[in-house]
Ligand binder design. Structure first.
Ligand code: F6R
Length: 260
């Protein structure tokens, strides 16, 4: 696992932005795995700017989002489809027909999950998968105790996730309790994975992800089994890491060696 610790959240977004730009330059028809929430927002703003500046194009790319709430249709302002359109897709040159998010109002959510998993495989798999991390260590909506081999499926959210996301729902709105999410096995199949974490409230989750045992109690720890996983954290999110100094030193060496 490559661990990159940067001074602040803007640096984290810039680092991730460079990765996506490089990926699209190397392979314009990349399959991108995308996430919602607060972690990727600054990255998406930077990608919009880079595309407007003509430095990158999404016109040949395809995207697959990690997850969606069961019961919300794409027009609902808390659905992840809505979030993606508003935050990224409506502002870049991607073909909306090649952006995929599980259908939250599918008649049969289990069949929808199978279909989604098959679509990813048919597309040739994900080239670069973006992740945030929940305070309980979840990735996508793979809550603690999710099978590390899981595929896209319906997953009931934990109380802590429902509480963490309640800030987005009005007092009269019913907040979903279930999601459709790529599984941990699905995520591990991506050719490269990048997880972003900023803020002190993510420090314990990052410690579990990077230094803890590989365990279903911290789904993000499964990334330790991925050959090309990069965890990018700001100082605040990295503050509890025992190996923090080594990680900073090793990353400096990594960058120096890459230039040789
Ligand atoms: C979002 C997702 C979640 C979030 C995680 C962190 O598509 O899959 O795993 O990445 O809950 O959320 P934020 O970034 O809002 O702290």
């Amino acid at each position: 696992m490559r661990l990159v610790i940067l001074p602040n959240s803007d640096d984290v977004a810039e680092f991730a932005c460079d990765l996506f730009v490089q990926q699209l330059k190397q392979k314009p028809q990349s399959n991108l795995g995308l996430a919602t929430g607060s972690s990727p927002t600054a990255l998406y703003n930077k990608l919009i700017e880079r595309q407007a500046a003509g430095e990158v194009s999404f016109s040949a790319a395809t995207s697959f989002n990690l997850d969606e709430y069961v019961g919300l249709d794409g027009d609902h302002n808390q659905s992840y489809r809505y979030f993606m359109n508003e935050t990224l897709f409506d502002h870049i040159d991607i073909d909306l027909k090649r952006t995929f998010v599980p259908n939250g109002i599918a008649e049969n959510p289990n069949d929808e999950c199978k279909r989604y998993e098959e679509m990813i495989a048919l597309a040739g798999g994900i080239d670069l998968q973006l992740l945030g991390i929940g305070i309980n260590g979840h990735i996508g909506f793979n809550e603690p105790l999710s099978s590390l081999a899981s595929r896209t499926r319906v997953k009931t959210l934990t109380k802590s996730t429902i509480e963490a996301n309640s800030r987005f729902f009005g007092p009269d709105e019913t907040q979903p309790t279930d999601s459709m999410t790529m599984g941990i096995g699905t995520i591990l199949n991506a050719k490269q994975v990048v997880l972003l974490a900023t803020g002190e409230h993510k420090a314990q989750a990052i410690k579990g992800c990077v230094e803890g045992p590989v365990t279903a109690s911290c789904p993000a720890s499964a990334l330790q089994m991925h050959e090309h996983a990069i965890v990018v954290a700001d100082e605040a999110a990295a503050k509890d890491l025992t190996m923090k100094d080594y990680a900073i030193w090793a990353e400096r060496r990594h960058q120096a060696l890459e230039k040789m």
